[in-house]
Write a protein that binds this ligand. Structure first.
Ligand code: 13P
Length: 258
């Protein structure tokens, strides 16, 4: 049984005080909820990582993800952040290759592959994002696009490395649009990604890797999505900005998967 994961990706939102307020509300909301069977991860902007890390205790069962990193170890790369710096701030996870980074910051599959390797080398689990645009879906290119993103992103990873990675399928047309993929549409692509992993790494590795869905996830649709056999959790944007709706998504995920 793969352990479900729910990640709050705040993107470029929340100051330090807003982030701390969220943690406080989230902690209250999850007080009666056992997080033994789910990984709940917050992904604040870089500026709030340390403060959030300092406030979450071991007993909260909350983990931290960064939203990006750079693939070089250190040096003259103004504006970039290294794996060691993120680890030092308490990050166990890092989101890599989000479609917003591909779209607005020109990230390529090759660069994403280097970032994934750097994250793993630095003992962080990459949350590797893939997904097609609306045009690509309409042109029936979804499997080709996602297949190629996956193949290039994980190129050269050992069985051990891929086993600790997390893949997030986020169709670009579902991000921030209020139009989520239907559970059937999402499951079809998740199943495809898992079969790709099976062909490359074999059954047992493919069954280990967790594949999350992202794109307009809400407290209302989480249950139907996570009920699907190959959907192991959610990467949540807009609905994760409010502690109450994020808590409801976490609870929905736990109640459905167990
Ligand atoms: P929304 O949940 O706002 O659609 O964003 C999804 C996303 O991009 C998470 O990484």
């Amino acid at each position: 049984m793969r352990r479900p994961i729910v990640i709050a990706n705040w993107k470029m939102n929340k100051t330090v005080s807003e982030a701390l307020q969220f943690v406080e509300e989230c902690r209250k909301g999850l007080k009666e909820v056992s997080l033994d069977s789910v990984d709940v991860i917050l992904s604040p902007p870089f500026t709030a990582l340390k403060a959030v890390s300092d406030t979450i205790g071991r007993s909260d069962n909350l983990y931290l993800a960064a939203q990006n990193l750079f693939w070089e170890e250190k040096g003259a790369y103004t504006g970039e952040v290294s794996a060691a710096m993120l680890s030092d701030c308490g990050c166990k996870y890092v989101i890599i290759g989000h479609s917003e980074r591909r779209q607005h910051f020109g990230e390529t599959d090759e660069g994403i592959n280097k970032k994934i390797k750097r994250a793993l080398y630095g003992n962080m689990k990459p949350v590797f994002c893939v997904g097609e645009t609306l045009q690509q879906r309409d042109d029936e290119q979804t499997f080709k696009v996602v297949g190629s993103q996956v193949e290039k992103g994980i190129d050269g990873l050992s069985e051990e490395a891929i086993s600790s990675a997390i893949i997030a399928y986020e169709p670009v047309w579902a991000i921030g649009t209020g139009r989520n993929a239907t559970p059937e549409q999402a499951e079809e692509v998740h199943g495809f990604i898992r079969s790709h992993l099976r062909e490359t790494y074999g059954r047992s590795v493919a069954e280990t890797v967790r594949i999350l869905y992202g794109g307009s996830v809400t407290p209302e649709n989480i249950r139907a999505l996570i009920k699907e056999p190959d959907i192991d959790g959610a990467l949540v944007g807009g609905a994760s900005l409010n502690a109450d709706s994020f808590v409801r998504i976490v609870v929905g995920a736990i109640n459905t998967k167990h």
